[in-house]
Design a protein around this ligand. Structure first.
Ligand code: FAD
Length: 289
């Protein structure tokens, strides 16, 4: 089913993101975690592509397994950086043949030396989105950045290019993680003023490992507010207290988002199930639907 058809039935969607496991034991662990998360009846799940050096074949195998063996609606992430048009066309066709009709289309991160030495047939996600849209058979998601993409000079310029992605054919937007909801609501409000009407689903990353989250937030430019740092820093080595506090903070964040009109939640699960389950089951039932 296309995610846009799910939107017609569900005012709010709940989705979980996975990445392809790198070895046998993480494959088994992911299987168990997906088994646990299915019980929450997600609206759809997604599988990253090429991020963190994971192999692209594994992404396709995992998405195929989730869509066709487990039977969940699955969305394949796909990046175009350094790709030839032939490769992109072949990959998109292959996914379609595997019954994958939902795509999260991205550029992918630039290496340190920028575009130098790379194939430049696709310079931006919008080029990929336009190509996929021309085939008229996919439902397309694009990435949005409430605190702007790190390469952008300001939020307004970044939003202009986001609008371009929607104009080229993106049907909805999932955001980068953020820890201060005000960034999300300001981003949505500015996007609406620019004429972006697509759903903007907030991306949620629970903080259960302080050092890891600091590294992620530095990489993607998401600020961890001082009031959160001051709570988490002193307990960062107390695993259990940090876990519970991180979950409590995420529950607070999700309740605020849903109460103020966010159209659902997309969880960056990091291939674990416990935090997402603990957060999701702490949300008041009346808020979820
Ligand atoms: P773009 O939309 O191309 O934007 C990149 C930069 O170029 C921005 O600064 C933008 O403002 C600017 N820009 C955009 N269009 C134009 C234009 N036409 N002209 C000039 N400037 C322009 N990475 C992976 O490798 N694999 C994944 O699976 C993955 N999944 C992700 C999922 C989500 C929800 C998010 C938020 C990010 C994900 N990423 C993933 C990371 C993403 O690849 C990086 O953030 C990347 O640096 C930018 O990708 P993009 O699609 O936003 O690029």
């Amino acid at each position: 089913m296309k995610i846009t058809d799910i939107f017609i039935k569900q005012k709010k969607t709940y989705s979980f993101e996975f990445f392809p496991p790198k070895n046998y034991s993480s494959t088994l662990e992911l299987g168990i975690n997906i088994g646990q998360l299915i019980k929450l009846s997600p609206s759809f799940v997604s599988v990253t592509y090429g991020a963190g050096g994971t192999t692209q074949d594994l992404s396709f195998d995992l998405i195929d397994y989730i869509q066709n063996k487990i039977g969940l609606t699955a969305m394949a992430h796909y990046t175009c950086i350094n790709a030839t048009r032939d490769k992109v066309e072949n990959d998109l066709d292959l996914l379609y043949k595997k019954n994958i009709k939902n795509l999260m289309l991205l550029r992918g991160d630039l290496p340190g030396k920028g575009f130098a030495g790379l194939n430049q047939e696709f310079q931006h996600a919008s080029d990929l989105i336009a190509l996929a849209k021309s085939k008229n058979q996919y439902c397309i998601g694009a990435a949005g950045y409430p605190e702007k993409h790190p390469e952008s000079i300001d939020v307004e310029t970044d939003l202009k290019w986001l609008k371009n992605k929607v104009d080229q054919g993106a049907d909805f937007i999932i955001t980068q993680m953020f820890f201060d909801n005000e960034y999300y609501f300001k981003f949505v409000s500015e996007a609406r003023k620019m004429g972006i009407t697509a759903r903007i689903i907030p991306g949620i990353m629970p903080i259960t490992n302080f050092k890891q989250i600091q590294k992620f937030s530095e990489m993607c430019g998401a600020v961890i507010p001082d009031k959160i740092v001051s709570v988490l820093e002193p307990i960062q080595n107390d695993k259990n207290t940090l876990y519970q506090t991180g979950v409590d903070l995420a529950v607070e964040q999700c309740i605020d988002l849903l109460k103020r009109g966010a159209p659902g939640l997309h969880f960056y699960t990091l291939n674990k199930s416990r935090a997402t389950i603990d957060i999701f089951s702490s949300l008041p039932h009346g808020l979820i639907h």
